[in-house]
Every structure is written in C-alpha cells, then in structure tokens.
Ligand binder design. Structure first.
Ligand SMILES: [Zn+2]
Length: 85
C-alpha cells in the first residue's frame, strides 16, 4: 500500500497522468481510503485549474514545487492523525 508521503510525491504526475499503470492504480487505491490525500488532491487540482483559467497552460515548475512543499508541510504538520504505517 502506498503511503501518504509517496502519494504526495507522485501527486503532480498523477494529476498530469504521467504515472504508469501500476503507480496510477496504487495512487487510486490510496486515494480511495485516505481522506487527507483526497483533500490535498482537490486543493492541488483547483490551484492548477485557477492557473489555467488565467491563461497559463502550466504552472511554472518553481511555483508548482512551492505549492507541493507547502501542501506537504501542512499535511505532515497535523492532519495525518490516522496514519496506518
Ligand atoms: Zn494519504
């Protein structure tokens, strides 16, 4: 089973559908059971959508990295209370 840490590290590629079948399945399996990661996924998707509505086809990579860093920091700070590993 994929951990929250792994899911978040793959999140960008998951949203971009750049993962291979095996990782995509593992990510979907994790998301099906983990509310925290679903929230992170939704937030990230919304942010990407906002950028696209502003006319940018992609989020600049540095901006994107900061987004994931802050999401991960917020995530690791508190929400993951029912960690199963
Ligand atoms: Zn998770």
């Amino acid at each position: 089973m994929m951990t929250c840490d792994e899911l978040i590290s793959y999140l960008s590629d998951y949203i971009d559908q750049n993962l291979d079948e095996e990782l995509t399945a593992a990510a979907q399996e994790h998301l099906a059971t983990c509310q925290n990661c679903r929230v992170v996924l939704d937030t990230t998707r919304q942010t990407i959508t906002l950028f696209r509505e502003q006319g940018q086809r992609t989020i600049p990579i540095q901006r994107r990295q900061r987004l994931f860093d802050s999401l991960q920091a917020a995530f690791l700070r508190g929400e993951a209370t029912d960690d199963r590993d």
